[in-house]
Design a protein around this ligand. Structure first.
Ligand SMILES: Cc1cc2nc3c(=O)[nH]c(=O)nc-3n(C[C@H](O)[C@H](O)[C@H](O)COP(=O)(O)OP(=O)(O)OC[C@H]3O[C@@H](n4cnc5c(N)ncnc54)[C@H](O)[C@@H]3O)c2cc1C
Length: 346
């Protein structure tokens, strides 16, 4: 019988991330539809709390590699742990969430196991004649549906592409697996985490709304002056009031290297588009951004789109947004923030 193994790493708070639960949901669906066994593989400093959280997922086995040296991301120990779990389960399919930890090791893992790996998978379906995956090519312009004959097939599922698994907690008996990490694989030591943003985390993949700022926020306005500090305070205020995620156009994040007025809360990690990211928030609001194709292509998965721009002929006006407000974003956001601040807290 085929076995689907879901690989997850445990978070710092001993729980599981939403992306892990999404991958678990997909693994469970594909195992059930294909009549395969489901096995859970956990990696982390301590596993019991996380395993108990997913006790009701229907897995026939819960295995794990536990210990302080598996509590943080490092190629040498992560791949050793993943390989040990895979060798104990001998799965036909391995599914993992698209975290930086798993994205980094899956190619090596597939190589060690004699299988194949696919990353950036956006859909996984148990079809007649075997499972299929969907992924995008050429910067999200072409979609392909693929099958593979090689086994094990290691699949890394992007976040936001499947409903997270929910179900009963319980008490799980974990089969602990020993992973040997050679000394040479321990040369990297994680000494801390440096957050990319100054003081405030602005990239929030789980937020309902994506707020995008464009270079217009730093351009001279109708009074002949640029108002970058006010722009920054309006954007920061909106993020605090809504918990939206912050995206940017390339022009805005490139300004710092051109020595122009900048928004200090923005880094290249915020960039959306062809050479940036392709987020999956339900709604998006673009402000002071022209909506050119290399930027708008990054909005492919945003279902409801609105934009504020002074220019009625901007790119957004050409069918790229559901609603375009031809207006001054400074005025609009001042008003929006005032209305949000006056709203009773939910
Ligand atoms: C190979 C390649 C890859 C690229 N990849 C990306 C990418 O990944 N992501 C990306 O974003 N770009 C990318 N670009 C660049 C892209 O083509 C645009 O140059 C960029 O998106 C423009 O950014 P912008 O709209 O913020 O700035 P601008 O083009 O300068 O537009 C500013 C806008 O702000 C508006 N505005 C000004 N003041 C106000 C106000 N008060 N209220 C309302 N609106 C106002 C203006 O009307 C204008 O439309 C790429 C380009 C190339 C060639």
């Amino acid at each position: 019988m085929d076995t689907v193994l879901i690989l997850m790493h445990v978070e710092k708070d001993a729980g599981l991330a939403k992306s892990a639960l999404e991958a678990l949901g997909a693994a469970k669906d594909v195992a059930e539809a294909g009549g395969a066994d489901l096995a859970v593989g956990l990696v982390g400093e301590s596993l019991q709390v996380a395993a108990n959280l997913i006790a009701g997922c229907g897995a026939s086995r819960f295995l794990g590699v536990e210990g302080a040296e598996f509590g943080h991301s490092r190629y040498g120990s992560d791949i050793a742990a993943a390989e040990a779990v895979c060798r104990a389960v001998n799965p036909t399919m391995v599914i993992a969430p698209a975290t930086s930890r798993w994205n980094r090791v899956v190619a090596g893992l597939a190589h060690r196991l004699g299988g194949r790996a696919d990353t950036h998978v956006t859909d996984l379906v148990a079809a007649e004649g075997g499972a299929t995956i969907t992924r995008w090519y050429y910067r999200q312009r072409m979609e392909a549906v693929l099958q593979r004959t090689q086994r094990p097939w290691v699949i890394v599922l992007e976040t936001g592409c499947h409903a997270p698994w929910t179900g009963d907690v319980g008490t799980v008996k974990i089969e602990l697996v020993t992973a040997t990490v050679p000394v040479a694989a321990k040369r990297t030591a994680v000494i801390g985490v440096k957050a990319p943003t100054s003081g405030q985390q602005t990239i929030r993949p789980d937020a309902e709304l994506l707020f995008v700022a464009g270079a217009g926020w730093t351009k001279k306005q109708s009074d002949g002056q640029a108002h970058a500090p006010e722009a920054e305070s309006l954007i920061r205020g909106f993020l605090q009031l809504t918990n939206a995620s912050l995206g940017s156009s390339k022009s805005l994040v490139d300004l710092s290297k051109d020595g122009q007025a900048v928004l200090t809360l923005m880094t290249h990690l915020n960039q959306i588009g062809q050479t940036g990211s392709t987020p999956r928030h339900l709604k998006g609001l673009s402000t002071c951004c022209h909506g050119e194709e290399p930027h708008a292509v990054g909005w492919r998965f945003i279902s409801e789109r609105r934009a504020v721009n002074l220019d009625p002929n901007c790119g957004w006006a050409r069918g790229k947004t559901d609603v375009l407000y031809v207006a001054d974003a400074f005025e609009v956001m001042r008003k929006v923030n005032a209305l949000l601040a006056a709203k009773p807290a939910r």
